[in-house]
Design a protein around this ligand. Sequence first.
Ligand code: HEC
Length: 113
Amino acid sequence: MSQRSRLVLAVLVLTVLAMTCVPLLRAQSPELPPGPMQGKVTTACTECHESRIILQQRLSKAAWTKEVDKMIKWGAVVDAADRDGFIEYLSTNFPTDKPPYEAGKTSAEKRKK
Ligand code: HEC
């Protein structure tokens, strides 16, 4: 094989790899529940870690308030006017009395079965 065709092959292999990996990586960060704040929370809160760290929480409103303030202190970009909305959204969707988060609901997990 000539050096040139080896290069072409390598580029092809890398392209195919990239195309298969990107959707897989996406599938591993499940979507936050729908709601008026979904977009903003997704943007602000999945910058440093995936959404699952949020989906797994079961917290009181007071605890969510602390959590949001902590993340803001750590660098989350939350408009001051949106802070209450974030807390409302998170404490409504992930309250202490909600059943535990079920892992394995992502499409990546389903594919394994
Ligand atoms: C500047 C980076 C950054 C941003 C932005 C960010 N977080 Fe975090 N978050 C962290 C780090 C670092 C941890 C702790 C390390 C870990 O467990 O991965 C963490 C952990 C968490 C945890 C797990 C409990 C804990 O306190 O360790 C929750 C829940 C959480 N973040 C929620 C949020 C929410 C909600 C937002 C949006 C308001 C957000 N994060 C935005 C960095 C960030």
